[in-house]
Design a binder for this molecule. Sequence first.
Ligand SMILES: Cc1cc2nc3c(=O)[nH]c(=O)nc-3n(C[C@H](O)[C@H](O)[C@H](O)COP(=O)(O)OP(=O)(O)OC[C@H]3O[C@@H](n4cnc5c(N)ncnc54)[C@H](O)[C@@H]3O)c2cc1C
Length: 381
Amino acid sequence: MLTHDAAVSKAREIAGSVLAPSAGPNDTAGRFSTEAVQSLGESGLLGLLLPADVGGVGLGPGAFADVTATLAEADASVAMVYVMHICAAATISAGTTHAVAPILQEIAAGRHLSTLAFSEAGSRSHFWAPVSRAQRNGDGVYISAKKSWVTSAGHAQSYVVSALAPEGAGPTDSTLYLVAAGTHGLSVAGPWDGLGLRANASAPVALNDCLVPADFQLTDDGAGFQAMLNVVLPLFNLGTSAVALGLCRAAVADTASHLKNAKFEHLGQSLGESLPNLRAQLAAMQIDTDGLSARIDDLVEHLEKPRETTMLRVLETKAAAGEIAIGVTSTAMRVCGGAAFSKHLSIERLFRDAHAGAVMAPTGDVLREFIGKSLLGIPLF
Ligand SMILES: Cc1cc2nc3c(=O)[nH]c(=O)nc-3n(C[C@H](O)[C@H](O)[C@H](O)COP(=O)(O)OP(=O)(O)OC[C@H]3O[C@@H](n4cnc5c(N)ncnc54)[C@H](O)[C@@H]3O)c2cc1C
């Protein structure tokens, strides 16, 4: 059984041998790394949070954050695939149905990748209010939905799908279902050609009268919203924050390396030796990166020992992480000047990847809106 340290060292091994060499070419080609997923599966990391009785590693949020940040330092696309998978696996595991046990065993054995299909073309980033509605069909349901972005689309073996409950009265009365990739009517509905995270296949997915058996209903009717808030949101916000941390660490390392190695030959000095303003900006990047790391540790501690302030920390950490990642990688772009701009360094990939976190729902704007409302005692929904 993997310990926390052993899990992180496996992630470091995979990051160095599988992710780092192909991150650049996969980004350029927009190619999903099946090798990365295979390595994560073989190492046991796909079942990191699953309980031991289904063969999982049984570790907690701290290990998830450290593994994710380690992967993101090498390739944020793969790290985001991992975050979506871990969130989906936790949702399947928290489900009320025993029929999914074989799927959890497959995940723990490293042979099954899952993901979340929440966002819809109709309700956009307001994932808590799907416009699709499940229709009763005997014990099961039919689902038709336009899912606007689904990470690992076409590569995952299953999708955790939200839809309004058949008899749901309000806009958040949703239910979560597990839809197997081969289900008739499910298809990837377009290409993925993003500014960043180009190698994570976040394409739209269409469901046309997909038949979902009663056994694959993951929550009670109308209880999808609670599962989104209680199971998915804490892990998703922690995971995206850890991706941001990995990106910041990579930006600091790549910037330091450039400042050491790029030379003013006429002065006989490296950029770093010659220019105090660049040293100061590198220092600011490091300060922000370590600040984010401390925030993530604080969130992990809150998730391990939940208390009144835990949900606030869940919201704050992702909001802060999105801005910090954009700020640190933007500074790296300026410090490394024309070399970064001309794509001689991997910093421009980090800069593009860093912009995804703030627009992935709950977006930074929505998080700040929720935090402000909650401080003023205004209902969030
Ligand atoms: C790389 C990537 C991967 C993704 N993967 C997945 C996935 O696996 N599964 C999934 O379900 N979804 C996924 N998404 C979708 C994502 O979670 C968001 O739903 C999507 O990015 C929203 O984009 P939009 O333009 O429709 O947002 P819009 O809702 O149109 O928002 C536009 C702007 O308005 C702001 N805004 C919206 N509502 C408010 C508000 N109430 N208060 C203040 N400002 C507001 C937003 O912050 C944003 O700046 C992914 C997105 C990306 C970019």
